[in-house]
Design a protein around this ligand. Structure first.
Ligand code: CLR
Length: 462
C-alpha cells in the first residue's frame, strides 16, 4: 500500500496556543442539575473542552499500531495474542490525566489520519445516541469498531461505558480478535482533583484458535493497585499459558505462569504485610477530613477543570466501595523474572501540561497544511472552526462557532425529519449497520471507497 512507503515526516509538537486558564468555571454548578442524565445532552461551556473532536480522540487508540504489525509478524498464536493484548492496553494509555471533554462530533463528521503504520477513517454515524465508527488498515492488519460512549453522571463521579466491540483482523493468519473496552470513571466532580480510573475486565478473544487474554484493570482504590492491569492468556482448554501485567499508563509485560507463581511465593511476606498495613490504615483514622482534603489540594498542581472548593462539604474524594479492593495476591512489584516488555508508553512531552495534557501523538491530530486541506473530505474534523479556534486560544470565538454549528445541525435535522423524500433522509456515507461476521452482533461496517477521495456531493456540515 502506498501509504506504508511514505517517508517519516515531522509532525507539530505543540498547539498554536497554550491552554487558556478556566479558573473560575465551576463544574459542579453545571452538573448538579444533571444527575442521572446522559452527558451528551448537557451543554457544557467550551472551557471544559479539549481542542479535539471525539473522532480524533478515538484515533488515539492507534498510537501504538506497530504492536498490531508485530502481532502479525509472529508465527506462534500465543505470541500474536500477547501483542494484540498489549495493543488493547496501549490504546487506553493516552487517557491518563486527560480531563478535557472532546467536542461531540456533528452527524456525518469524518476524520482521517495517515501514518506510516496505518491509515484510519472515522465517521459519526449517529447523533442521539452518539455513535462513532472507525476502520483502520495497513498491509498487516485491519482494526475496526464503533464506540457509543454512554456517559452517566452520578454526583461525585462521571461513569463512562464505551459500548461497542472492536475487532482486529490479521489477514496473514486469517484470524480475528475482538474485545470490549473497560469502563472509565472520572472522580472528584464536586471536590478535589479530577482523576481518571479505568477498571473492569477486558477479554480479548481469538475467534480462530480459541485463545483468550483475560485482563483485569484494577480499581484505583489502593495506591498499589493504581492503574494496574494483569491477567492470563488461556488456551481453548482454559489452561494458563502466560501471565501479563503492567500499568495502562506506563507499560505492559509478559512472563510464564510458573515464574509468576514462584515470584508470589518468594514475596508472600511482602504482600501480606502490605495487606495488613492497608487494613490497619482503614480501621483507624476516619477516611478524610475537609482540612486534609484542602491541604492535599493545595499541595497538588491545580487542575484547570477543578471544581471550586467549599469548606462546608464533608465529603472527601470519591472512595470506591470496600468490595472493590483487590485480593492480596496482586503483584506489587513489576519486576517478575523472565519477563519481556511488550509495550512502553511514549513519555509525555515537557509542554504537555500547558496543552491539555496531550501526548505527542495528540498534538498533531488537528494539524493541517495546504496539501492536506486540498485533499481532505469537506466533513473532516480538522475543518471545524470551533475546534480550530479553541486550539488557537480563542475561547469566545470557539463558543460562538460551536453554537452556530449545533444550530445548523438542528436545522438540518428538522428539515430532514419532515421530508418524505427517501433520498433526503440522512444515512452514514462510509459505514453501514450490519452483523459483525465474527461476533454476529450488529456493528458499523466500513463500506470502502473513502481513500479513492471522490468527495463530490458531500453535504456542507460546517
Ligand atoms: C475512554 C476510553 C474508552 C472510550 C472513551 C469514551 C469517552 C471518553 C473516555 C474514553 C475518556 C474520558 C472522556 C470520555 C468522554 C468525556 C470524558 C474524554 C476515551 C471527559 C474526561 C469528560 C470531562 C468532563 C467531565 C469532567 C464532566 O475506550
Amino acid at each position: 500500500m502506498a501509504h506504508a512507503q511514505r517517508p517519516q515526516r515531522q509532525y507539530r509538537s505543540s498547539l498554536p496556543a497554550a491552554q487558556v486558564s478556566t479558573g473560575d468555571l465551576n463544574l459542579w454548578s453545571i452538573l448538579k442539575n444533571a444527575i442521572g442524565k446522559e452527558l451528551s445532552k448537557i451543554t457544557m461551556p467550551v472551557g471544559f473542552n479539549e481542542p479535539l473532536s471525539f473522532l480524533q480522540r478515538m484515533t488515539e487508540y492507534m498510537e501504538y499500531a506497530h504492536l498490531l504489525r508485530l502481532a502479525s509478524e509472529q508465527d506462534d498464536p500465543v505470541a500474536r495474542m500477547q501483542y494484540v493484548a498489549a495493543f488493547a492496553v496501549s490504546a487506553l494509555g493516552s487517557n491518563w490525566q486527560r480531563l478535557g471533554k472532546p467536542f461531540n462530533p456533528l452527524l456525518g463528521e469524518t476524520f482521517e489520519l495517515e501514518r506510516p503504520e496505518f491509515r484510519i477513517i472515522c465517521e459519526q454515524v449517529s447523533h442521539h445516541p452518539p455513535v462513532s465508527a472507525f476502520h483502520a488498515d495497513s498491509e498487516h492488519f485491519v482494526f475496526h469498531g464503533s464506540i457509543h460512549p454512554k456517559i452517566k453522571f452520578w454526583g461525585k463521579s462521571v461513569e463512562i461505558t464505551p459500548k461497542g466491540t472492536v475487532t482486529v483482523e490479521l489477514p496473514k493468519w486469517k484470524e480475528a480478535y475482538t474485545w470490549t473496552n473497560v469502563n472509565c470513571c472520572v472522580h472528584n466532580i464536586i471536590i478535589g482533583k479530577l482523576w481518571i480510573e479505568q477498571s473492569g475486565t477486558m477479554e480479548v478473544v481469538n475467534h480462530s484458535t480459541g485463545h483468550r487474554a483475560i485482563l483485569d484493570f484494577k480499581s484505583g482504590s489502593s495506591s498499589k493497585d493504581m492503574h494496574r492491569v494483569e491477567g492470563f492468556i488461556l488456551d481453548k482448554e482454559k489452561k494458563k499459558i502466560k501471565f501479563m501485567y503492567g500499568k495502562w499508563t506506563e507499560l505492559f509485560r509478559v512472563t510464564d505462569p510458573q515464574s509468576y507463581e514462584d515470584y508470589l511465593k518468594e514475596n508472600a511476606h511482602k504482600f501480606k504485610s502490605e495487606k495488613e498495613k492497608k487494613e490497619s490504615k482503614s480501621d483507624s483514622s476516619p477516611a478524610h477530613t475537609p482540612k486534609r482534603v484542602l491541604a492535599k489540594l493545595n499541595s497538588l498542581k491545580v487542575s484547570p477543570f477543578k471544581a471550586s472548593v467549599s469548606t462546608d462539604n464533608d465529603d472527601g474524594p470519591d472512595d470506591p466501595p470496600e468490595g472493590d479492593i483487590p485480593a492480596s495476591d496482586s503483584t506489587y512489584s513489576i519486576d517478575i523474572p523472565n519477563s519481556v516488555t511488550l509495550w512502553e508508553a511514549d513519555q509525555r512531552p515537557d509542554n504537555s501540561t500547558e496543552y491539555y495534557n496531550f501526548t505527542r501523538f495528540a498534538m498533531a491530530l488537528n494539524e493541517i497544511d495546504e496539501e492536506l486541506k486540498g485533499k481532505l473530505c469537506p466533513t473532516d474534523s480538522r475543518l471545524r472552526p470551533d475546534i480550530r479556534k479553541l486550539e488557537e486560544g480563542e475561547v469566545e470565538g470557539a463558543a460562538a462557532e460551536k453554537n452556530r454549528l449545533e444550530e445548523k445541525q438542528r436545522e438540518t435535522r428538522k428539515r430532514k425529519s419532515t421530508t418524505s423524500k427517501k433520498e433526503e433522509k440522512w444515512k452514514p456515507r462510509w459505514f453501514n449497520l450490519e452483523p459483525n461476521p465474527h461476533t454476529g452482533q450488529e456493528d458499523w461496517i466500513y463500506q470502502g471507497g473513502y481513500w479513492e477521495r471522490n468527495f463530490q456531493g458531500i453535504e456542507d456540515i460546517f
